[in-house]
Design a binder for this molecule. Structure first.
Ligand code: ATP
Length: 252
């Protein structure tokens, strides 16, 4: 992107970090994904967009091992992870920040982060805390506060910080801005950009198309469980305008 600082070499050479090939997924008899194929190149940010019910969250759940693919293959960092359990995928460096505020309300900010670091196999909770607090400065001031008493925006930051306490190769973020004020959304998107510039690849699901496309290199458009378009943001934008006409394309 014009004006951005050069990416660190650790961000790779654009080879696929995550690859889905012909992935199918169902909830009982209801089929949610039909032959989904796309990839996230190493070092890139990919926007996953589509209308309500298109299957975006299902893609996030399938790649993170929370929902089992019925068919097809998923590869991450050179491994086929299609049948791996969620904990193993997380430890391989694929972090999933699901929709909503996934924090333990009755634990402090610091306790939430220490637990998350241990669950992800981090051996040095102090290093993990430094990393979280340097990325999310606002949380440091609240480190001894119960997570349930944080504001909505702070709880969303804490749920993101929890998956970033140990270095990740890919962050899958679902509906980052849900329930947040525009000012907080801007702040959290700024943080996402920092995370990407520091070398973590991103797969971002987000209703605010302007914001997510502005930090993304590529986009995948899902329509009723199928990939309708995939490519650079410029390549996919006409399909977004055609197939998501009622969408808040340039929302405030
Ligand atoms: P939104 O933008 O509204 O969050 P989405 O694109 O993330 O939608 P998904 O949540 O992946 O869509 O849902 C895809 C389809 O699967 C929808 O029709 C939804 O009703 C269905 N679905 C999702 N979760 C379940 C579930 N646990 N049980 C049954 N059907 C489900």
């Amino acid at each position: 992107m014009t004006g951005d600082p050069p990416r660190p070499a650790a961000q790779g050479d654009g080879r696929p970090l995550l690859e889905l090939r012909d992935v199918e997924a169902s909830y009982g008899p209801y089929r949610a994904l039909f032959g989904v194929t796309f990839s996230v190149p190493e070092g890139s940010a990919v926007a996953l967009v589509g209308s309500n019910g298109a299957g975006k969250s299902t893609v996030a759940r399938v790649v993170s091992g929370l929902v089992r693919a019925k068919a097809g293959t998923i590869r991450f960092a050179g491994h086929e992870i299609t049948r791996w359990p969620a904990w193993r995928i997380a430890r391989a460096g694929l972090a999933h920040a699901p929709e909503g505020r996934s924090v333990f309300a009755s634990l402090t900010v610091e306790e939430n982060l220490v637990l998350a670091a241990r669950a992800l196999g981090g051996r040095r909770p102090n290093g993990a805390l430094d990393r979280a607090f340097s990325t999310f400065g606002q949380l440091a001031a609240h480190r001894h506060q119960l997570a349930g008493t944080l504001s909505g925006g702070e709880q969303r930051m804490l749920s993101l910080a929890k998956v970033l306490v140990v270095p990740q190769r890919l962050l899958v973020v679902d509906e980052l801005s849900f329930g947040l004020s525009p000012a907080v959304v801007d702040e959290v998107f700024g943080t996402l950009k920092t995370i990407r510039d520091a070398g973590t690849s991103l797969l971002v699901i987000e209703q605010h198309l302007d914001r997510v496309l502005s930090i993304s290199d590529r986009a995948v458009l899902l329509v009723r469980g199928r990939v309708a378009a995939e490519g650079t943001v410029a390549e996919v934008e006409p399909a977004i305008d055609r197939l998501l006409p009622a969408h808040p394309r340039w929302s405030a």
